[in-house]
Each structure stands twice: as C-alpha cells, then as structure tokens.
Design a protein around this ligand. Structure first.
Ligand code: AMP
Length: 302
C-alpha cells in the first residue's frame, strides 16, 4: 500500500469505506475501497471475492466502474486487509440530483437522456453477462461531472446467475427502487428487478424527487399502487399468489405523465414500459436502448 498516498474518506458502501488516494508512481487519483474483514481468520470474505471476480469481468464496460487493481495489506493487528483500487469518480448520482433539488433547478432534458442511456447500456452489459445488480440506486451510480459519464458501482450485492434463476433473499435491497415482485415476496426474480430500479431513477432524474419514497415495505407498495393502480390478475397474472399478497385498497392507475410532467411523450412511453407490473412484460435494458426516446441522442461518444 506504500504505492498510494491515502487522502480523505469519500464514502461508505455496504462492505467498507472508500478513500480518495494518489498513486505515487503516476500521480493518478484513485478510489480505494477497504474491505471490512470478519473477525475470524477465514481469510477474504466470499462477498468480497464475488465482487472482485464480477468486477474483473464487468469492468471492461465503460459504464461499470473500472477495477484497476486489488492489493493485499496487513493492518496493525497483522490481519489481512484487501484494497480494491478503482478509477476515481468525482460524484455520484445522488449528490448530483441533490445539488439540483436544492437550487430548484431541473436537470437538463438532454442530460437526463444521456445519463439514462449510459445507465441502460451498463445494465444491459451486466445482464448480458448473467449478472443482476439488485440494488441500483442513485447512491451507487458514480459520475464524472466534467464528462457527464455515469458508471455503475457497488456490485458487491450482485450475484452471478445461471438460468434457471435461483432463489434470492431480498432483505438487502433499498426500498425506493425495489420492484413490486420483490416487495410481494416473489422467490424467483430476474433482470426485470433492475429495470424497475432504472425506471424509478429515470423519474427521479426528471423531477429531482424520488418517485416512490416508501419507508416500509407496505408503504412502498402503496406508493406504487397509488400511481400505477392496484395490480390484479388481469394486468399481472399470478400476482395474487405471491406470498406477501393481501387485499389492498383499490386504486385506478393515474396518468404516468402526471408524475413526470416535464418528460416528453417518448420518455413517458419508455418509463411506462420500465414500470410494467408483470416482470415478463417489462422492457429489457437492451430493448430500452433502442427506444425512440434515445433517437436524438448522439451516441458516438458514449
Ligand atoms: P459503494 O460501496 O461503491 O456504494 O461506495 C460508497 C460511496 O463511496 C459512493 O456512493 C461514492 O460516494 C463513493 N465511491 C465509491 N466508489 C468510488 C469511486 N470509484 N470514486 C469515487 N467515489 C467512490
């Protein structure tokens, strides 16, 4: 670790602290993610190994944060500490949205479009390689303000999956971006859970406010139902068989454009396809990239 000059802490993820640092040999700024190891002497935790191997594979994509190196070091107690060395990104989407929210300024429509395209592209890449992120949220979408590039981070919760999709537990996902099938206790879920999160992030970019800011699983569902209507067997076959299904208040769907009044018609159409109740009817990240909403975007430099 002598190769780096460790500077300030820039964030805290699910598995450890993130520091800004300078690589002495090159003067390059990097992000060091120090992994919290368990007290026992079992070595590097599997969650970290999983993140490393998944990131190694995925960080070839320009919209996934680049893993530059993995360094092993000893702490004062002589225990092994693992540092993941990432390219440094100067902000994240949560801070970016907040800075606009505070000034009451909208994020420019063309910026929303570019960020959304990059997000869809990164997610499509992960899905094409059999990886679900499962916890997409503005906080773990890193950005470079100068180039306005967006990169997906915190793949520590991702799981490489092979079809058929295995059972997952769902206690670690953040509520606001959580897909209804996860909230309702579906045991088999798919890439569509990430697309739901992308839809929620899309709306948040447009309004600078979270679309469904629920503070409990029930409240989260009710937020969704109030806007999109209470789902039923007609719009979502099988919904009433999901383990967390109950009788809910009956709401009719509101017009989606009422939630995102500044979004154009194509944008509202894409959003509506991302927020389909039935996961099998939800648009894929790859298909989303081909949606007319992105037609006018200059994709050559993305
Ligand atoms: P994560 O564990 O990846 O979700 O990271 C937690 C926080 O640390 C993020 O929200 C960022 O604020 C910061 N962070 C993570 N990775 C980087 C990076 N490569 N460059 C700069 N900041 C980062």
């Amino acid at each position: 670790m002598d190769a780096f000059k460790k500077l300030e802490k820039v964030g805290e993820g699910t598995y450890g602290k993130v520091y800004r640092a300078i690589e002495k040999a090159t003067g390059k700024t990097v992000a060091l993610k120090k992994t919290r190891l368990h007290e026992d002497d079992e070595g590097v935790p599997p969650t970290t190994l999983r993140e490393v191997s998944i990131l190694r594979m995925l960080s070839r994509d320009p919209h996934v944060v680049r893993l530059l190196d993995v360094k092993q070091a000893q702490n004062k107690e002589g225990k092994t500490v693992l540092y993941l060395v990432f390219e440094y990104m100067d902000t994240d989407l949560k801070k970016f949205i907040k800075s606009h929210c505070h000034t009451g300024e909208n994020i420019l429509a063309k910026t929303v479009k570019s960020l959304m395209y990059q997000l869809c592209k990164g997610v499509a890449f992960c899905h094409a390689h059999g990886v679900l992120h499962r916890d997409l949220k503005p906080h773990n979408l890193l950005m470079d303000r100068q180039t306005m590039s967006l990169k997906i981070a915190d793949l520590g919760l991702a799981r490489a999956f092979t079809l058929p999709i295995k059972k997952y537990t769902h206690e670690i996902l953040t509520l606001w971006y959580r897909a209804p099938e996860v909230l309702l206790g579906a045991t088999h879920y798919s890439t569509a859970v990430d697309v739901w999160s992308v839809g929620c992030i899309f709306a948040e970019l447009v309004t600078t406010h979270a679309l469904f800011p629920g503070d409990s699983e029930l409240q989260q569902l009710l937020h969704i139902f109030r806007l999109l209507g209470t789902p039923n067997e007609k719009v979502w076959p099988g919904v009433s068989s999901l383990v967390n299904w109950h009788e809910y208040p009956q709401w009719s769907p509101l017009s989606l454009s009422s939630a995102v009044p500044k979004l154009d018609k194509d944008g509202v159409d894409l959003l509506s396809q991302m927020l389909q109740y039935d996961p099998s009817k939800r648009i894929s990240a790859k298909k989303a990239m081909e949606h007319p909403y992105f037609d006018e975007l200059d994709k050559s430099n993305l």
